[in-house]
Design a protein around this ligand. Structure first.
Ligand SMILES: *Cc1c(COP(=O)(O)O)cnc(C)c1O
Length: 422
């Protein structure tokens, strides 16, 4: 057995202990005001988060799922539309599309970034759609449904290739709503400047679920946009379709951000740049320490993006074995996500089959998320990575000579770019 201290997949306790005094005093002041829903506190956070993302407007809502759903509806997605996204994301992305009345449909991902592959998007638009001569609308050839929007997901804190996606969106008059639920502060170099996740499409959706890069002490989310009318519609949607109490312009939802969460988020937001830097530092350390494990694929970050490493995801053909090996060494890992959405029971009736999105399917079998959080320590990373390197070496020796024992020492660090598995 192994007596080493367990390395958790996520440490939410340490950052909250560090901020305990500050957070408790915030809670106390909201308790004393008893202004629990709406009010100045919510608006202050909205302004601050809009500024953080580099947009004009931010509307706080109840969760990331609310944010996606409201953004889609407010952008103009209608019942019967088709909305394009990727199969390897959390189901909230497609739930929101369905709940807005539309059909989610998928295009495959890029092998390196795990985000939407613009070439696959092009293929979908050119091969699977046609333009209706009467209405000028883009229709899916098979279903006849209008295709109206694209939801790229900035998965693991990596930016999707937004410029290429926006290009096709303009060409085909599609709306782009960014699922930025894992990408608070991630950046993309476009138009000669660094732009943040949530500021590139017509709207961005953020989650403040506790484990996200900015997490509430409960459920919360936000929509970001530069369009004042879209922001206004999201404000109505979150509050039963009203601008003024009991004057309902339409039916909406109960999807508000509450004041306690807003105030706690306001306090935590100022630490996010530092926390993201620490995540990036930890990713660099992993990259360096994992170089001897040459058969393990490492995250890819193009020079035009700055990832915020919500997750640090590696890749290997023998994922199950590596995960078991790490678990034996008291190191917790997870898989994001083990079953691509098109193969989930929830979408059984849609007729997708294995082989439809081969890149996402292969990824689902090979990816492994390592512990990643700002407070992860160097010595913990050393332990994690030496377990991985040991496992790789042991495996290699066994493959060459099934009877040979594992080598006792690690090889020297070799330099060169991180290599992919295949
Ligand atoms: C977390 C997450 C969501 C949903 O956010 P909730 O706040 O849990 O509703 C949506 N999309 C992605 C990619 C996420 O990671």
């Amino acid at each position: 057995m192994n007596n080493a201290a367990k390395i958790p997949f996520l440490d939410l306790v340490t950052p909250h202990l560090e901020l305990e005094t500050e957070l408790v005093s915030i809670f106390r002041s909201i308790l004393r005001s008893s202004q629990f829903v709406g009010g100045e506190v919510v608006e202050e956070f909205e302004q601050e988060f809009a500024q953080f993302c580099g947009v004009q407007h931010c509307v706080g809502v109840g969760s990331g799922t609310d944010a996606l759903r409201f953004a889609l509806i407010a952008a103009g997605v209608r019942s019967g539309d088709t909305v394009i996204t990727v199969p390897n994301t959390f189901i909230a992305t497609t739930e929101a599309i369905s709940q807005a009345g539309a059909w989610p449909d998928f295009v495959d991902i890029d092998e390196r970034t795990y985000c939407m592959d613009p070439r696959k998007l092009k293929e979908y638009l050119e091969m699977r759609c046609r333009i209706d001569p009467g209405s000028g609308k883009l229709l899916n050839r098979e279903t006849g449904r209008p295709v109206t929007a694209i939801v790229p997901v900035h998965l693991y804190g990596q930016m999707a290739d937004v410029d290429a996606i926006l290009d096709y969106a303009r060409r085909y008059k599609l709306m782009v709503i960014e699922d930025a639920c894992q990408a608070h502060g991630a950046e993309y170099f476009s138009d000669n400047r660094w732009q943040r996740a949530g500021s590139l499409g017509v709207a961005g959706a953020f989650s403040f679920y506790p484990g996200k890069n900015l997490g509430a002490c409960g459920e919360a989310g936000a929509v970001t946009t530069n369009d004042p009318l879209l922001a206004d519609r999201v404000r109505m949607l979150r509050e039963h379709g009203q601008r003024e109490k009991y004057h309902h312009q339409m039916e909406g939802y109960n999807g508000r951000l509450d004041a306690i969460q807003a105030a706690l988020l306001f306090a935590k937001l100022k630490y996010v740049p530092e926390w993201n830097e620490k995540r990036r530092r930890n990713a660099r350390r992993y990259n360096e320490l994992l170089r001897p494990a040459a058969s393990v694929g490492l995250p890819y970050e193009s020079r035009l993006t700055k990832a915020v490493y919500h997750l640090y995801v590696i890749r290997t053909k023998n994922r199950g074995e590596l995960q078991a090996h790490l678990s034996q060494a008291s190191i917790a890992t997870q898989i994001h996500y083990p079953i691509p959405l098109h193969l989930q029971k929830a979408y059984e009736t849609r007729g997708y089959k294995a082989g439809d999105f081969p890149v996402a399917e292969r990824a689902a079998e090979e990816i492994l998320s390592l512990p990643m959080y700002p407070h992860l320590e160097y010595r913990q990373q050393l332990r994690i990575t030496s377990e991985i390197v040991n496992w790789v070496l042991k495996r290699r020796t066994q493959e060459k000579n099934p009877l040979a024992a594992a080598p006792a020492t690690l090889p020297r660090l070799v330099s060169g770019p991180p290599r992919m598995d295949n």
